[in-house]
Design a protein around this ligand. Structure first.
Ligand SMILES: NC(=O)c1ccc[n+]([C@@H]2O[C@H](COP(=O)([O-])OP(=O)(O)OC[C@H]3O[C@@H](n4cnc5c(N)ncnc54)[C@H](OP(=O)(O)O)[C@@H]3O)[C@@H](O)[C@H]2O)c1
Length: 340
């Protein structure tokens, strides 16, 4: 790198206050600091794309979970893609594109842990945050390791038009299952049935869910891939088949609740149907990311898998509103902020 990094300003978004409910503008603080030179074993990355994830809401709470909370004053945690501007790390060359948890900022220093090289010739860069990133991997391991649908079984996916759900449903279809997607709004439902090949779609905003589920899954649900939780999970529990598997991937309907989490009242359906409900944390599968990415890429290349990114171009000031947009359901496919 020829320009002195100290003359470049790194704009950042930091967590200033813990949210109560939806994260409003009061929880964020914008900061600037000079870009630091990478030390021994470090790389300097210029970030081009930042991922917007429902999990971010959980990372902002000061509670014990699968990952430590973002500290007050810390740059907000976020998966991102960027270009290696300078490298003192043997595993990364200058000019390589990489993905990792680089945070909501324009430049990141990294010691290379959890960083993967990506190839913009193989797929567009935002896809490495979606179908070829954490959300695609979540769909892959959730469906193949926990859901395990057999051909002809009925798989219901909530949040089906989102980043995880759209890939999860298509993987179930590739495995020969009958796929039912639940999403909010006609445009999302049309995309699921016409472009992604879901056998049935349910617009949960249009009508009561239970009669719609009875119609779409008349023989019961064999696999429920849950991204939403709350009352939607309860409705799915009421229609389980014997031996059903529930993939507990997420519960976006509960993340901003200010009066506690609404749990499933119908949990005795698990007992009656000898069914299981299993929590999924994608980070547990890190040693198999390469294997899964290769398979996802092959499916994308041969046209059996369709990926869609909802890319918003702008600067970091857009990040707070985009996160709210995610909870309002504004995205179809993977929501990404492209800087520049
Ligand atoms: N376990 C893991 O390792 C792991 C990893 C990644 C993601 N996840 C989880 O996977 C789920 C999906 O994440 P994603 O990144 O793919 O997000 P996403 O589905 O692309 O976006 C969120 C979608 O959720 C729906 N939604 C928002 N609020 C809702 C509500 N109150 N009720 C019903 N639907 C609501 C909206 O779609 P509609 O318009 O259809 O409502 C929205 O577009 C999240 O629960 C996330 O936490 C888990």
């Amino acid at each position: 790198m020829t320009t002195s990094t100290s003359t470049i300003s790194n704009h950042q978004v930091r967590l200033a206050n813990r949210p109560h409910g939806l994260p409003g503008p009061e929880v964020w603080q914008f900061s600037d600091e000079p870009v630091a030179e990478p030390g021994a074993g470090q790389i300097l990355v210029r970030i081009s794309h930042i991922s917007l994830d429902p999990a971010m809401r959980g990372w902002m709470d000061d509670v014990r979970s699968y990952i430590r909370p973002v500290a007050l004053g810390e740059v907000m945690r976020a998966p991102a893609v960027g270009l290696v501007l300078a490298s003192h790390h043997p595993g990364f060359v200058e000019g390589a594109w990489v993905t990792g948890l680089f945070g909501v900022q324009e430049y990141a220093l990294s010691d290379g842990r959890g960083v993967r090289v990506v190839d913009p010739e193989l797929a567009p860069l935002p896809r490495y945050l979606g179908a070829l990133g954490i959300t695609g991997l979540t769909a892959y391991f959730g469906m193949l390791d926990i859901g395990r649908p057999a051909p002809g079984e009925t798989v219901v996916v909530s949040g089906a038009a989102g980043a995880v759900g759209s890939i999860a449903g298509q993987i179930a279809r590739l495995l020969g299952a009958r796929t039912v997607g639940i999403a909010g709004g006609a445009e999302k439902c049309r995309w699921l049935s016409e472009d992604l090949g879901f056998d049935e779609v349910i617009d949960y905003k249009l009508d009561n869910l239970r009669p719609q589920l009875r119609r779409a899954a008349p023989d019961g649900i064999d696999v429920y891939f849950d991204n939403v939780g709350g009352p939607m999970l309860d409705s799915a529990l009421a229609r389980l088949s014997v031996g059903a598997r529930i993939v507990l991937c997420g519960a976006i309907s509960q993340y901003n609740s200010t009066d506690g989490v609404t749990g499933p009242a119908n949990y005795l359906s698990l007992l009656a149907n000898r069914a299981s409900m299993t929590g999924l944390i994608v980070f547990d599968y890190e040693s198999r990311y390469d294997e899964a990415t290769k398979r996802l890429l092959a499916w994308l290349n041969d046209g059996s898998l369709t990926a869609r990114e909802h890319v918003s171009r702008g600067d970091l000031c857009q990040f707070p509103q985009l996160l709210l947009d995610l909870f309002a359901g504004a995205n179809i496919g993977k929501l990404v902020l492209e800087l520049g």
